[in-house]
Design a binder for this molecule. Structure first.
Ligand SMILES: Nc1c(N[C@@H]2O[C@H](COP(=O)(O)O)[C@@H](O)[C@H]2O)[nH]c(=O)[nH]c1=O
Length: 549
């Protein structure tokens, strides 16, 4: 009792609150530093994330730093440990992102463990579901205190630091959630909104300094994409010429293949070019491109989404769009553009026919305009650089359906650490949870009762209602009947306590979890709710028993 009172007094002391805030500010600044470090190799680590690590002594001094330099090189954590040497013991390591462990190689975690690091602060968990949480569990199992921002520690400054971590790996997070690479639309325009003169001439709108920034953007991207118009008009090279970083693949989207025979992009001696076109377009020209070493990929439907889904499957993480207004509009309209970066030069070119950066979007009122999120303004030489997101960076892959929602449905589930049990086909390990499992249920029907051969049979006729709350209620009653009728199913359901249940239907986005967690997973939610109800009942009856004793 005395202890509790004492700890209450301590916590409410303004001195301690100030100390906690200072502590948060220190954590936040080191996490930001780790995020900044991780960005130093942006583009080189793809398809891996950008990792940075800062090791700080108990007195708050930086003892060592490291960042993942490129794909397959030494982990950031191992580099930081090497740099910090004997100062690691009892230190705190700051990681912008939980380390991944793609090949069962725990180098990052074991470096921290062996060095005797006492505490680890993690900006964000790994966004990929199969890696998420593994390294955190591993570190905790070795007695390291692990604090994850937004979970164990929360405050405004930590939330801002966490946001830096999300931004630094936005391409991976977007890619993981949306099944297309992260796409950035970049353009340079005059103050009167033109990307070229009426003649088409565009060299140059933005300053040399701004164009160097474009080279850097290219160096961070896996590919740069343009349309046929840009090839015909500008004959671009699309290379990164700022002296570092890697050179992205060039992609041309052209429906008709009405393209010139001589073009800089057909010189693939240093960088490859891929032409995406409509199936069957100009076969002889396709042969010509192939003879130059240009890869041609045919699409049944050539549009930005199909093309992006294709490059997602090929493992591309981030794509820079440097196209003209027609393709830019089509890409925006199809929802594949995540971020926009615009260089605005203090020049006026005029011309009613001079092109603008985004073509027809079909909008007629200003209220329909797309508002950018997290907008940044920066002066680059004489130009102004305005950038922002068209789609917010998703807050990590949800533990299906979402961490908060899952916790609300079943408080026994730890939304951050829970394992996930997937079920779908009736012959799966937990296939009896499926609606289609052959467990007949007897339910009221009119003034009478009737038996249906499965939950799905009962659900389909005659209650199927377009209203979600009715559908959910019908399903819940049917599930309750099923699990109450068959005690072994109830036992099985209770045995999953603490885990998130997900119906792994790739196509039913209402009842199922979807292919990558995009579904609402209502079947899983209802089963968790039912489980929670049963768990509540059993704890109440256990209480009654102990009272009776
Ligand atoms: N005119 C213009 C840009 N134009 C973009 O750059 C491409 C040319 O790239 P490269 O051949 O590699 O130098 C061109 O096709 C178009 O996509 N970009 C800018 O940052 N500022 C400018 O003023």
């Amino acid at each position: 009792m005395a202890m509790a009172a004492l700890s209450f007094r301590l916590c409410s002391s303004p001195l301690i609150c100030r100390a906690t805030l200072d502590h948060h500010a220190t954590d936040a600044s080191f996490i930001r530093r780790a995020a900044d470090l991780s960005e130093m190799s942006a583009g080189l680590t793809s398809p891996h994330p950008n990792f940075g690590c800062v090791i700080a002594t108990p007195s708050g001094k930086v003892a060592g730093e490291g960042y993942l330099y490129a794909q397959g090189t030494k982990p950031a954590e191992a580099l930081a440990v090497e740099a910090a040497g004997e100062f690691c013991r009892g230190s705190t390591a700051y990681l912008n992102m939980e380390p991944g462990d793609c090949h069962g190689d725990h180098t990052a975690v074991s470096a921290l463990v062996q060095a005797g690091v006492g505490r680890v602060v993690v900006g964000i968990r790994h966004p990929l579901q199969h890696l998420r949480g593994a390294a955190i569990r591993e570190m905790r199992s070795h007695g390291i205190e692990v604090n994850v921002l937004g979970e164990d520690v929360q405050s405004k400054v930590l939330e801002d630091a966490r946001k830096c971590c999300l931004l630094v790996n936005a391409p991976l997070i977007h890619r993981a959630c949306s099944r297309v690479p992260f796409s950035l639309l970049k353009y340079a325009m005059t103050l009167d909104g033109k990307i070229a003169a009426s003649s088409g001439h565009a060299a140059w709108i933005s300053s040399k300094l701004s164009r160097t920034r474009v080279f850097e953007l290219r160096g961070r991207s896996d590919a740069v994409i343009v349309g046929g118009n840009t090839v015909r008009q500008d004959d671009p090279r699309l290379t990164a010429r700022h002296g570092q970083g890697h050179t992205p693949t060039r992609i041309v989207m052209s429906q008709s293949l009405d393209l010139p025979e001589k073009a800089n992009l057909w010189d693939v001696s240093e960088v490859s070019t891929i032409v995406a076109t409509q199936r069957g377009a100009r076969k002889s020209y396709q042969k010509f491109l192939a003879s130059k070493g240009v890869e041609v990929v045919e699409f049944d439907m050539l549009n930005p989404r199909e093309v992006m889904e294709y490059f997602h499957l090929r493992g591309y993480l981030s794509i820079l769009w440097e196209c003209g207004g027609t393709l830019a509009a089509s890409a925006i309209a199809s929802g594949v553009i995540h971020k926009v970066v615009a260089f605005i030069a203090p020049k006026i070119i005029g011309g009613s026919k001079a092109p603008s950066p985004v073509g027809e979007l079909g909008m007629v009122e200003m209220t329909q305009a797309l508002n950018l999120i997290d907008v940044c303004y920066e002066q680059v030489g004489p130009d102004m650089l305005v950038s922002g997101f068209l789609q917010p960076v998703p807050d990590l892959l949800p533990v299906i359906p979402s961490e908060d929602a899952t916790f609300e449905i079943d408080p026994s589930v730890n939304p951050f650490e829970s394992s996930i049990i997937f079920f779908y086909k009736t012959w799966d390990l937990y296939g009896s949870f499926s609606n289609f499992s052959p467990h007949p249920i007897r339910m009221p029907f009119g003034d009478d009762y009737r038996t249906w051969s499965s939950v799905e049979h009962y659900y389909q006729v005659p209650h199927n209602s377009p209203f979600n709350d009715v559908k959910i209620e019908v399903m819940y009653m049917a599930l309750k009947c099923k699990f109450s009728t068959y005690p072994h199913l109830k036992t099985m359901l209770l045995s999953t306590a603490g885990s998130v249940l997900v119906e792994a239907s790739p196509h039913d986005l209402f009842w199922g979890g979807g292919r990558e967690g995009e579904g609402l997973n209502y079947l899983g939610r209802l089963l968790m709710q039912l489980r929670s109800e049963y768990l509540g009942e059993s704890s109440v009856s256990a209480e009654n028993t102990s009272l009776a004793l």
